[in-house]
Design a protein around this ligand. Sequence first.
Ligand code: SF4
Length: 71
Amino acid sequence: MEIEAKKFSNKEINVTYDPCICKLSGICAKELSHVFSDNIIPWINLNQDATDTIIQQIKKCPSGALQYIKI
Ligand code: SF4
């Protein structure tokens, strides 16, 4: 069974998270915890920092589980 990637949006970007390929390294939650929380649902809150900062963090995701597209 295929699990759909989770989707999150603000006014500037759409972000997807694919739990099937996440390495659970925790880099996102450690480095930008106010956006990528490991204990709050929804766990990605794109309104907590500048979009450019969020994009830079997404680019550090080692597995590619986090992806973004500009709206
Ligand atoms: S940085 Fe990427 S691989 Fe690491 S926990 Fe976050 S989503 Fe998963």
